[in-house]
Each structure stands twice: as C-alpha cells, then as structure tokens.
Design a protein around this ligand. Structure first.
Ligand code: SAM
Length: 366
C-alpha cells in the first residue's frame, strides 16, 4: 500500500480527522496522487450514495439583499444590479415547468431579503405542496426561529445556509456587520425544527489557507450536515473582492474528495460555480465525490440578474435545457440521473444522533 493510500485510509477511518492529515492531502499537487485521492473518494461516494446523480432544480426568485458579503455580486452596495422579485404567479408557473421536467426537489433561493414576507412564502409553499409531489429546499438566508417554523409547518423539507468558512475571524472579516454565532444559531434552529440542513464553503476566499479548509472539513463531520456545497470563488467586479484571484479548481476538487472521505453520506453537489470557471468542471466534481447537480429553472428574463458571480453557466439558455445536458454528463461517466426525491441519507436508518450539541455554540441539534 502506498503512503498516500495509508494516509487516505487513516482519514477515512478516523472518528475525528487529524487536521494535519487533511492539510497534507490538500497540499498535494502531483497528478497521480490527485487521481488516487479522487478515485478513493469516488469509491466512497459509490458505497454510500450509489451511482445515481440527484437533481435539485433551483429557482432564484429574488435578488434583493441587505448584506454586504465581500465576494457576492448581490451585495447591497452593488447599485449597478437590476433588482427583481418574481410574483407568486410567475413562481408557481416556473415550479409547474420544473415538475413537468420530472424534477423532484425544488430549491427556492433569494438574497438576504429582510423585507421577505414570511406569510407570502408560506402561501407559496402550501400551494406547491398541494399541487406537486416534490421536496422543497429553502435558501433565503438568516431568519428568525418563528419564520423557519412557519415555513417548516407549511411543508418545507430542507434548508440551505452556507457558512462559507468555519473560521470565525475570517467569516466576520468578509461579512461586514454579520455575526458568525448568528449564522451557527440559524443552522442549529433549522436542525431543531426538523429540516434537512445543508451548508458549505467557498474555496479561494482571500485570507483562506489550507489550514482553514482542513478545519472546515473537520467541522462538516461534527455538524453532520445532510448536504454540503463546495464551490470555487469567482471574483465579481462590483464587490470588495473584485481584484481577488479565482479559486483553484484542483483545491476545490480535493476539498470535495476529502469531504466525502470524512463525512461519508451527505449529498454533495458538483456546484454551478464549478461549472462556471474557464471550463465546465462539474463532471470532475462528480468523479471525485459529488452526487448532485443543480439545473437552473429561474425563468427569463430574471436569470441574468441573479449574478452572484460573472460568467454563470447557462444564463442565456431557455429553461429546461439543463435536463438534457445533465443526462449526458451522467451517462458519459457511467452514471445515471436519479429522478427520486433524494432525501437525506442520514435519516435512512433513523440513526441521526438525538440531542447532539453543536460544537460551536452548544445549542441542541436534533
Ligand atoms: N442569501 C442566501 C444565504 O445567505 O444563504 C442564499 C443566496 S447566496 C447569494 C448563494 C451562495 O452563492 C452563497 O452562499 C455563496 O456561497 C455563493 N456565492 C456568492 N458569491 C460568490 C462568488 N463570488 N463566488 C462563488 N460563490 C459565490
């Protein structure tokens, strides 16, 4: 067994991964060694998730945002961006098409809209749940426990809130006016209400190091997320990080692979950001641990205005095109599109720890 194989086995088998081991793997650059890591992660993906590629259809229903994230094109100071919020009718029409395309998970995403009417969204969730047999993932940012509860009771199944980095100092230095503890509390609140919870990080944020990423991977394991999104940073000209360097593709893939080794069975998307670099690297993501793709169902003319970063994939494509493309992507690598609802694999045997404490703030997780 090669030294690398021994190291990967050690990481895979550890109850708590050693940060130095993770850092050592993140540091690798030799093609042969990367291939060994990616193929190990691919086997773990096959063992825990199978060969199906799940689809999460995303509708970006509003780009209003009251936050000042230094990397994101939706930041409130970007006055060049045309803002929009889809009407209820437009949204339901878009969901109708998504369901017609046989997509079983809808992701409803917006910026951090402080004026988002919780009851408006509740009505939409109720209507979608009464008409379509699909799971709903919300991704509308930091909200109160009451708002999260209203939407859960209306039928929302899952919630996506990326932490972006688990390094508190780095987090607060790139999210002006935001609190790391508040973000963690939101994640805990969501879990306590019974949502399947997703989070994730950006690779290549200015100020991030390999040590930061190793810490993030270890936290993924502790937080036991149902879904974990890992995408490269893409600089946007109307942000504080406009002059930043794009995230490294190999480092993003290494992080996906290590996350799969350490966390085993969360759903991991080959993110749209990974598909929006100098070329489309989503297949590479699928080959090193990812098991999810996210077709975009945001209708025109809104799609181009959800510009979190430039060069986003398929902004000019008609809605629905993604389906054909994703089917081909999966088939080309001997996989298939899994059109099932794709719930969290953590619930399958009812084995999720009850009463587990969040490692960060000590509040109760499910
Ligand atoms: N407002 C919601 C929230 O706070 O979770 C969700 C929307 S947010 C615009 C969607 C995600 O886009 C962020 O969590 C971040 O990871 C990603 N993102 C934003 N700007 C990015 C950039 N320049 N490069 C890569 N990913 C970016």
């Amino acid at each position: 067994m090669s030294n690398l194989a021994k190291l990967l086995n050690k990481i895979y088998s550890a109850e708590t991964p050693d940060l130095k081991d993770l850092e050592q793997v993140l540091f690798l650059t030799q093609r042969g060694q990367l291939d060994e890591l990616f193929s190990f992660a691919d086997k773990v993906r096959k063992e825990f998730c199978g060969d199906g590629v799940l689809l999460r259809g995303i509708i970006e229903f509003s780009n209003f945002c009251s936050q000042e994230c230094f990397y994101c094109g939706l930041n409130k100071s970007n006055h060049k961006l045309k803002r929009y919020r889809m009407s209820k009718n437009e949204l339901i029409e878009a969901v109708n098409y998504l369901a017609f395309c046989n997509i079983k998970t809808l992701v409803l995403q917006s910026g951090q809209e402080d004026n988002l009417d919780a009851l408006w969204l509740k009505d939409i969730i109720l209507e979608i749940k009464s008409k379509f047999n699909i799971a709903i993932t919300l991704s509308v940012g930091e909200k109160s426990l009451d708002e999260y509860r209203i939407w859960k009771q209306a039928g929302a199944d899952r919630y996506l809130l990326k932490i972006e980095t688990f390094d508190k100092k780095l987090y607060e230095s790139i999210h002006q006016g935001m609190s790391f503890e508040k973000r963690i509390k939101c994640l805990d609140d969501l879990r306590s209400l019974g949502y399947q919870v997703g989070s994730g990080i950006i690779i290549g944020l200015p100020g991030q190091t390999l040590k930061t990423i190793a810490g993030d991977i270890a936290f993924f394991k502790k937080m036991d997320f149902d879904m974990i999104g890992i995408g490269p940073f893409i600089p946007h000209e109307n942000t504080k990080f406009s002059k930043g360097k794009p995230g490294d593709v190999d480092l993003t893939l290494k992080t996906i692979a290590l996350t799969r080794l350490v966390a085993k069975n969360p759903h991991i998307p080959a993110t749209t950001a990974l598909g929006s670099m100098d070329k489309d690297y989503r297949v590479d993501g699928l080959k090193c641990g990812a098991n999810v793709l996210m077709p975009n169902f945001t209708p025109q003319p809104y799609r181009k205005f959800y510009e979190i970063y430039p060069g986003k994939r398929c902004v000019d494509e008609p809605v629905g095109n993604c389906n054909f493309c994703m089917d081909g992507m999966a088939k080309n690598i001997g996989r298939f599109i899994d059109y099932s609802i794709g719930d969290s694999l953590k619930f399958r045997d009812g084995s999720r720890d009850k009463g587990k404490l969040s490692p960060l703030v000590g509040t109760v997780l499910l």
